[in-house]
Write a protein that binds this ligand. Structure first.
Ligand SMILES: NC(=O)c1ccc[n+]([C@@H]2O[C@H](COP(=O)([O-])OP(=O)(O)OC[C@H]3O[C@@H](n4cnc5c(N)ncnc54)[C@H](OP(=O)(O)O)[C@@H]3O)[C@@H](O)[C@H]2O)c1
Length: 323
């Protein structure tokens, strides 16, 4: 008798959370198909598994035929596609609503057994932020096409390639001051990327996760100001923290979002997002319901990768001193 190896299709698998997830999935022995716009960009992940186990798969998520091909023969689908700002054809509607809806519909039509969709904490149809509204609409679209899907909503995710601590660590290198947007009182519950990857793999094997949503936050909540202070401590930089009132931040976002760079430093929509605390609700299902109880904290993990911003490294050799 032969037992068929599981096939897992991961959309957005070349990204930040994806690369940590793929390494975990590879250990399970599954064939992992990374559905990506650019297979060359995902090629570095091939070494996470045995020869032929990790397969970058060119996919155009705007086309039914292409998504259906990526899902053909798959037992599991995971959607990690997301964007932080809109630019040209990259819209929240396309990335967070139309694409997940297409993946969910075609996963159901192609007999895929499990679907995990990664949304975001703060997804809310009534939010002033179009990012948060689009994440809520995406969740609805996924569940109506694939009612047994599992929805995961992480808070800010941290890890070696994150866009939060690295951004402010880099900023502390060159800027004389760091912005305390809205006074810096908004609270976040940063969650380690490895714990998010663990939650995704746990959700795949738990029947109780079918058709449910889970909020994923780390061991504790911090104010924005505390997170900037932690960053400055870890990069050995002392910078002035300048309160930026919401109205000024909105104007700044309006200017910065028009600067033709790859990723704007701030947008008006991000300012809207920053106005709301991003912490898990005490009544929501979370890590514990997925069987995960030991979570990594910022204090332990962040120093391991912010050290690259320290001039001379974390443990510089003292000339003439003991090593
Ligand atoms: N990182 C966080 O702090 C955080 C917090 C809460 C929620 N989330 C959510 O978690 C998911 C994964 O986050 P992440 O940080 O790993 O994301 P990421 O690295 O920024 O992007 C994930 C992938 O999305 C695909 N993608 C990006 N723009 C696209 C577009 N316009 N069209 C089609 N595909 C596009 C890319 O895949 P290819 O280039 O390979 O096609 C990319 O590798 C997202 O849904 C995100 O919103 C993240």
């Amino acid at each position: 008798m032969s037992i068929r190896t599981q096939v897992i299709t991961v959309f957005g698998g070349s990204g930040f959370i994806g690369r940590h997830l793929i390494r975990r999935l590879a250990k399970s022995g599954a064939i992992v198909r990374i559905a990506t716009r650019n297979p060359t960009k995902a090629a570095f992940l091939k070494t996470a598994g045995a020869v032929g186990q990790i397969v970058p798969f060119a996919t155009d998520v705007t086309k039914d035929e292409s998504v259906a091909r990526a899902l053909q023969g798959a037992d599991v689908a995971i959607n990690l596609i997301g964007v932080l700002f809109e630019r040209g054809a990259q819209t929240f509607q396309a990335a967070h609503v139309d694409t997940p809806a297409r993946i969910a519909r075609l996963a159901a039509a192609n007999g895929v057994g499990r679907l995990v969709h990664v949304s975001a904490l703060g997804a809310d149809a009534g939010s002033a932020s179009s990012y948060a509204r689009s994440k809520a609409a995406g969740e609805q679209a996924v569940l109506s096409a694939f009612p047994a899907a599992t929805i995961l909503r992480p808070s800010v995710v941290f890890g070696p390639e994150d866009g939060f601590f690295n951004k402010f660590g880099a900023m502390a290198q060159i800027a004389p001051a760091l912005p305390l947007i809205g006074g810096g009182t908004t609270r976040f519950q940063p969650v380690y990327v490895g714990d998010v990857a663990e939650a995704i793999t746990a959700a795949l094997s738990l029947d109780s996760a079918k058709g449910r949503s889970f909020e994923l936050g780390g061991p504790r909540a911090y104010s924005f100001k505390e997170l900037l202070q932690l960053t400055m401590k870890e990069v050995h930089r002392s910078r002035c923290l300048v309160p930026v009132p919401w109205t000024v931040a909105e104007t700044l976002g309006g200017v910065l979002e028009k600067v033709p760079v790859l990723a704007p430093a701030l947008t008006r929509d991000q300012v809207e997002l920053l106005k709301r605390d991003n912490v898990v609700s005490p009544t929501a299902a979370g890590f514990a319901d997925l069987g995960i109880t030991a979570l990594s904290s910022c204090e332990v993990v962040v120093p391991t990768y912010l050290a690259r911003f320290i001039v001379g490294g974390r443990n510089p050799t003292v000339p003439g001193g003991a090593h």
